[in-house]
Design a binder for this molecule. Structure first.
Ligand code: NAP
Ligand code: SF4
Length: 673
C-alpha cells in the first residue's frame, strides 16, 4: 500500500478515523453567504476525496468572540439546521467532521471585543474590554453551548481553538494577561480557562464525541509560553478530556512567517515530535505540509500521529484518494501563495485557490464531460494556456497545446528560479503530469502561425506578456537588463538598481541579494534568518538575538515612481514578509522617483513632481521590472484574417496579471467550450 502510515486508520476509542489525514480549519467565508448547498458540497467533496477528519472554519461562540461582526456561529435553531445539511452531506460521503469553535478575544475586529486584560493587539484597531468574573463565565458557557449545538447539528466533534493568539491563548501568557485574580498571575491560574473550557465541553458533549484542542507549541511573540508551560498545559488538557491535541504555530501578530511559501516544508514538525511523548492521546502536526510524501515521512519517523493540512484541500479535494490509488503525481499542489485563500479572506472576499478555481465554487464552476468533442488549439503553455488545456482535455475535447519555448510553464518557469518560490517547480511539474494524463498533444519549440491553427474548431490564444520597456533615455555603454535576463543568470555586478517595485521587482531583488542555498530548503538557515529558536531555549521560541540574515550577495536599490514605500500592493498576507525579508538584507526601497537617464556610472534620478534632488545612483546594472504588455501578435493576425478565437491570460489583459487570474480565466473558458 502506498503511504502506509498516512493511510492507516486510527482508533480513538470512541471514534474510528479512516486515515491519519486531517483537513485543518480554514475560514472560507462560505457560511456567511447563506448558500448552504454550496457549503455542504465544499465539505462533501473533501469527504468523497477520502480525508480522515475535516475541521470546519472557526465558528463564533457569541457576538463578541466572532472574528468580525456577523461571523457565523450556531446561534439559532436555523443555524443548527443549516449545519446539519453539511454534516449529513459529509456523512453520506463517508467522512467525519468536527466544528471549530473560535473565540477571537482581542483579535475580534469589533469594538465589542473582550480579553483577559485591556491590551490592544497590534493587528486590530479595537482595544478590548477586560472581562470580569461574570464575563469570563459567560464566555466559557457560550463556548460550551456552541460545542453542544455542534453535536446537535450532527458534528462528530469539535476543535477548541486555543492557539494562534486567540482568546484562550491570550489567557496563557503575560504578553496579554496581566490579571491578578484566579485567571491570571502564575501559570496554574493562566491556564485555568482553557482547561475549564475543555472539561466543560467534554461534560456537555459526552464521552463519544471527538474533542480536539489546538495548542500553541511556539507563540513567536515576546513573553510567550515556555516549553514547560506548553507541556504542563498539554497534560492538563488531556486530563480534562481532550481526544486529540492539534499543533498551533505562531500568533497572528508574530513577525515571523509560519505558512507562507518561503517557510520550509514541515518546518515546525519537530515541535509536535517533542510534545508527543509527553501525552498519551494522539497529536496532530501542521504547517507547510503539502505533499503525501512529506506527511508520510513525518508519521513514519514518529513525529506525530496525524497530519493536518488545510490549504492543500483547497488545491485538491481528492488529495487522499489520489495518494491512495498511486496517483500522487496528479495531486494539484498548494504552493502556499495565499493569493486566492487568505488574501481573499482578509479582503472580505470568498476563498478560492490559485491552483483550483473550483475551490468553494463547486456548485458554480462544473467541468461537465462534453457530448460533442472538438479539436481545440491553445497557443501558449503558461498558466492560462495549460489550465485551459487540461480542463478542456479532461472534459473530452482533443487539445493541442503550442508554445514557442521548448518547455511548458511560461512565466511560472521564472517564478521557480526565485529563492523562496521553490514550490513553483511542483506546480509546473503538476501541469506537465496533467497535460500528459489528459492526453494533450504538445507542439513545442516553434512559433504557431495562423496556418497551423486553421483546421481547429476552437482557437485559444494564451500567448502571455512581453516585458514593458519604460523608455528611459540610456547611454549605449550602460548595462541594462530585464527581469528575464536576471532570472536566467545574466551577470549584474555588485550594485544593482531595480526599476519597478511590483511583484516581479521584489522577486528580482530577492534573487539578487541571495547567494548559495535558499533558506526555504534549509530549515536551520531559515530559522536563523528569522530569529526563531525553540520554546525550550527561549520563551515563545524567539531568539534573543533577533533575525540574523546572511550577508547580502549584492547591494540593491528598489525603485518606483509612485510616492510612498514600495510593496504596498503586494499580497495582503504576504506583502509584509517580502518587505521584511528585503529590509533584513539591506535592500533600499524608494518611492517617488523620476528616472532621468541610465549611464555607465549608474541611474540618474530625481524625486517628486518638481524633479528635486537630482543624483546619480552609482550602480553597475539597472534591471527593468516595469510591468508587462500583452503579447497579441498572433491574435492580431487572426483578427486580420477573420478567424474567430478566444484570448485569455496576459495576452488578454496584462495589467496586474498574475497566475491566479490566468488560471481562473483558462479554467472558466475551458468549462464552456
Ligand atoms: P506590476 O505589479 O504591475 O508592477 C510594475 C512596476 O513597474 C510597478 O512598481 C510600477 O510602479 C512600475 N512601472 C509601471 N510602468 C512603468 C513605466 N512606464 N516606467 C517605469 N516604471 C513603471 O508588474 P510586475 O511586477 O511585472 O508583476 C506582474 C504581475 O505578476 C503582478 O500582478 C504581480 O502581482 C504578479 N506577481 C506576483 C507575485 C507574488 O508574489 N504574488 C510575484 C511576482 C509577480 P510605478 O508606476 O510606481 O513606477
Ligand atoms: Fe494554496 Fe495558494 Fe491555493 Fe491558497 S491559493 S490554497 S496558498 S495554492
Amino acid at each position: 500500500m502506498p503511504f502506509p502510515h498516512l493511510l492507516a486508520p486510527l482508533d480513538l476509542g470512541h471514534a474510528m478515523l479512516r486515515n491519519r489525514v486531517v483537513m485543518g480549519s480554514m475560514h472560507t467565508g462560505l457560511e456567511e453567504t447563506g448558500d448552504w448547498a454550496r457549503v455542504a458540497e465544499f465539505y462533501a467533496a473533501r469527504a468523497r476525496g477520502g480525508v480522515g477528519l475535516i475541521v470546519t472554519g472557526g465558528m463564533a461562540p457569541n457576538r463578541e468572540g466572532g472574528v468580525f461582526p456577523g461571523a457565523a456561529g450556531l446561534f439559532t435553531d436555523q443555524d443548527i439546521a443549516n449545519h446539519a445539511r453539511v454534516t449529513s452531506a459529509v456523512h453520506a460521503d463517508g467522512g467525519k467532521i468536527a466544528m471549530q469553535v473560535l473565540h477571537a478575544g482581542r483579535y475580534a475586529y469589533s469594538p465589542e471585543c473582550v480579553a483577559p486584560s485591556a491590551i490592544k493587539s497590534p493587528i486590530s484597531p479595537f482595544p478590548p474590554k477586560e472581562l470580569d468574573e461574570e464575563g469570563i463565565e459567560k464566555q466559557i458557557s457560550d463556548i460550551v453551548t456552541a460545542a453542544a449545538r455542534a453535536r446537535e447539528a450532527g458534528y462528530d466533534g469539535v476543535e477548541v481553538m486555543g492557539s494562534e493568539g486567540y482568546f484562550l491563548n491570550q489567557f496563557l501568557v503575560t504578553h496579554t494577561n496581566r490579571r491578578t485574580d484566579r485567571w491570571g498571575g502564575d501559570y496554574a491560574n493562566r491556564m485555568r480557562l482553557p482547561i475549564e473550557v475543555v472539561r466543560r465541553v467534554r461534560a456537555a458533549t459526552g464521552s463519544d464525541f471527538i474533542l480536539i484542542y489546538r495548542l500553541s507549541l511556539i507563540d513567536l511573540v515576546p513573553d510567550g509560553s515556555s516549553w514547560d508551560e506548553v507541556v504542563s498545559l498539554a497534560k492538563s488538557i488531556e486530563q480534562a478530556g481532550a481526544s486529540l491535541i492539534n499543533t498551533g504555530i505562531g500568533w497572528h501578530e508574530a513577525r515571523v512567517p509560519t505558512i507562507a511559501t518561503s517557510v520550509p516544508r514541515a518546518a515546525f514538525a519537530h515541535l509536535t515530535a517533542r510534545l508527543r511523548p509527553e501525552v498519551t492521546i494522539p497529536v496532530i502536526t501542521s504547517n507547510r505540509i503539502n505533499a503525501p510524501e512529506v506527511a508520510e515521512a513525518i508519521l513514519a519517523s514518529g513525529q506525530a500521529d496525524l497530519v493536518s493540512m488545510a490549504r492543500p484541500f483547497l488545491a485538491d479535494p481528492d488529495f487522499v484518494a489520489k495518494a491512495a490509488s498511486g496517483r500522487a503525481a496528479e495531486i494539484a499542489p498548494c504552493i502556499a501563495c495565499n493569493q486566492a485563500c487568505l488574501d481573499h479572506t482578509f479582503s472580505g472576499k470568498l476563498t478560492s485557490c490559485l491552483v483550483n478555481p473550483r475551490a468553494c465554487a463547486e456548485t458554480e464552476l462544473v467541468y461537465t464531460p462534453t457530448v460533442a468533442p472538438k479539436r481545440v488549439a491553445i497557443v501558449g503553455a503558461g498558466p492560462a494556456g495549460m489550465m485551459a488545456a487540461i480542463t478542456a482535455a479532461g472534459r473530452g475535447h482533443r487539445v493541442t497545446l503550442f508554445d514557442k519555448a521548448d518547455e511548458v510553464g511560461g512565466q511560472l518557469n521564472f517564478a521557480k528560479q526565485v529563492p523562496g518560490k521553490e514550490e513553483f517547480h511542483g506546480l509546473v511539474g503538476w501541469f506537465s503530469t496533467m497535460l500528459d494524463r489528459t492526453g494533450v498533444a504538445l507542439r513545442l519549440g516553434a512559433e504557431a502561425t495562423p496556418h497551423d491553427l486553421q483546421s481547429f474548431d476552437e482557437i485559444v490564444i494564451a500567448t502571455g506578456v512581453r516585458p514593458r520597456d519604460p523608455g528611459i533615455p540610456t547611454d549605449p555603454d550602460a548595462l541594462v537588463l530585464n527581469y528575464i535576463d536576471v532570472l536566467h543568470g545574466a551577470p549584474t555586478g555588485a550594485r544593482v538598481a531595480i526599476v519597478g517595485a511590483g511583484g516581479i521587482g521584489f522577486d528580482v531583488a530577492e534573487t539578487l541579494v541571495h547567494a548559495g542555498e535558499s533558506p526555504t530548503e534549509h530549515p536551520e538557515l531559515w530559522r536563523t534568518e528569522w530569529g526563531v529558536s525553540t520554546p525550550w531555549q527561549d520563551r515563545g521560541g524567539l531568539s534573543p538575538n533577533g533575525p540574523a540574515p546572511r550577508l547580502p550577495a549584492r547591494q540593491v536599490i528598489l525603485l518606483q515612481r509612485k510616492a510612498g514605500r514600495p510593496g504596498r500592493h503586494l499580497g495582503k498576507t504576504t506583502g509584509w514578509i517580502h518587505r521584511a525579508s528585503l529590509a533584513m538584507m539591506g535592500v533600499k526601497m524608494v518611492g517617488g522617483v523620476n528616472y532621468e537617464r541610465i549611464t555607465r556610472d549608474g541611474l540618474a534620478v530625481s524625486y517628486g513632481a518638481n524633479r528635486e534632488r537630482p543624483e546619480t545612483l552609482a550602480v553597475d546594472a539597472v534591471v527593468l521590472c516595469a510591468g508587462q504588455e500583452p503579447d497579441r501578435k498572433l491574435s492580431d493576425q487572426l483578427v486580420a484574417l477573420g478567424i474567430p478565437h478566444h484570448v485569455i491570460g496576459g495576452a488578454d489583459v496584462a495589467a496586474e496579471l498574475d497566475a491566479k487570474r490566468a488560471i481562473d480565466q483558462g479554467a472558466r473558458l475551458a468549462a464552456r467550450l
